[in-house]
Design a protein around this ligand. Sequence first.
Ligand code: SAM
Length: 234
Amino acid sequence: TTDRGTDDKTIVRDYFNSTGFERWRRIYGTTAEVNKVQRDIRVGHQQTIDTVLAWLQADGVTTGQTICDVGCGVGSLSIPLAKSGARVFASDISEKMVGEAQARAQQELSNNSSVTFSVQDMDAIAGSYHTVICLDVLIHYPLADAVQTISRLAASSEERLILSFAPKTPLLTLLKKIGEFFPGPSKTTRAYQHTERDIVAALQAEGFAIRRQAMTSTRFYFSRVLEAVRERNA
Ligand code: SAM
């Protein structure tokens, strides 16, 4: 059907335009107004961002290289990427997150012309980019939707696709049952974990092979990051 994931999507968008916006704006910030769990997630998320930045910088982010940051949130990755000289096209389904990202870019970048922000559903991403990146977004969607999204993002990636997801492992499944794990999306949205095998299979089906991988684990934040490249470049 064409309206796949509508429910999850509507819930997620509404959440990131309301209570989720307030929560994540603080977590993805530097102010002291966070509790212990939120501070732990802040640290973990920053590690994921730093991992991806280090990968890109190791390969040399050439001026003008196009990067599409899908579900960009408040610009945690897009802004430093723009600073390193990439040409960044950042989008998010939540207009509040995009508004915050724009405000931060204005503050942090002396010349913010290298980053463009827009309000857009990731499943409507069009065009083609050297690298497409989607961090900590697939946690909001069940596998069937995540697989479709990966297919869409792959179609727009000329060379490389970097994504992260909450890994489904027996230990994390148990922890999630016990307590408030993956508290990120809060009780108002579901947190979907995915197995590495499912995500890798989806990437391979699009002709991509895994080149780099990393895992960020703190007490309350778990994110598996994969860099996949078109087979001919693997
Ligand atoms: N990628 C950012 C980062 O790592 O800093 C933000 C991660 S945040 C947990 C998830 C983001 O995904 C939110 O900003 C949310 O609005 C966005 N999002 C959720 N569903 C989306 C969709 N279908 N299309 C675009 N963005 C989406």
